[in-house]
Design a protein around this ligand. Structure first.
Ligand SMILES: [Zn+2]
Ligand SMILES: [Zn+2]
Length: 134
C-alpha cells in the first residue's frame, strides 16, 4: 500500500501525516477514526459527510481555531487549503497540548488594537465600579 493510500484509507491503522510527515498511531482505546494529526493538528479533506472518505479534494486542512462547545468539549476548526471547506473536529486525547495552546493564544497576540491598553482601561473601569461583571 502506498503512503497516499495509507493516509486515505485510515481504518485504525498507523499512517504518515500529509502535512508534517510524522507517523500517526491509531487512537488509543479505539473509538472514532482519527481525523487529524496529533502532532501538527492538520487533517486531509477526505470526507463529504464525517467518516465517509468520499471527497476527492484531498487538500490539507489546517487547524485554524479552537472552539469550546456548550458542554465544555473542545474542538478544532479545520479549513481546507485547497477548496476552503470548513469542518469542526473534536480534539483527541493525545493532541499536542502546546499546539492547542498556541492555537488558542494566537488571536490574543494579533488583536487589531493594543491589548495592553484595552486591559488597562478595563481594569480602571473595574476599579471605579463601572464594570463589576462580564
Ligand atoms: Zn502532522
Ligand atoms: Zn478541500
Amino acid at each position: 500500500m502506498s503512503r497516499k493510500q495509507l493516509i486515505e484509507n485510515n481504518n485504525g491503522e498507523s499512517f504518515l501525516c500529509h502535512s508534517c510527515g510524522q507517523p500517526v498511531p491509531p487512537l488509543e482505546g479505539g473509538g472514532n477514526n482519527r481525523n487529524h494529526c496529533p502532532h501538527c493538528l492538520s487533517s486531509v479533506h477526505v470526507d463529504i459527510l464525517t467518516g465517509d472518505r468520499k471527497c476527492r479534494c484531498r487538500g490539507v486542512m489546517e487547524a485554524i481555531a479552537l472552539w469550546v462547545g456548550g458542554k465544555g468539549e473542545g474542538s478544532l476548526i479545520h479549513r481546507c487549503g485547497k477548496c476552503g471547506f470548513l469542518r469542526v473536529n473534536r480534539i483527541a486525547q493525545d493532541d499536542n497540548e502546546l499546539m492547542l495552546f498556541m492555537l488558542a493564544a494566537a488571536p490574543l497576540s494579533q488583536l487589531p488594537f493594543r491589548s495592553k491598553d484595552a486591559l488597562g482601561s478595563l481594569k480602571e473601569r473595574c476599579r471605579q465600579g463601572e464594570v463589576n461583571r462580564v
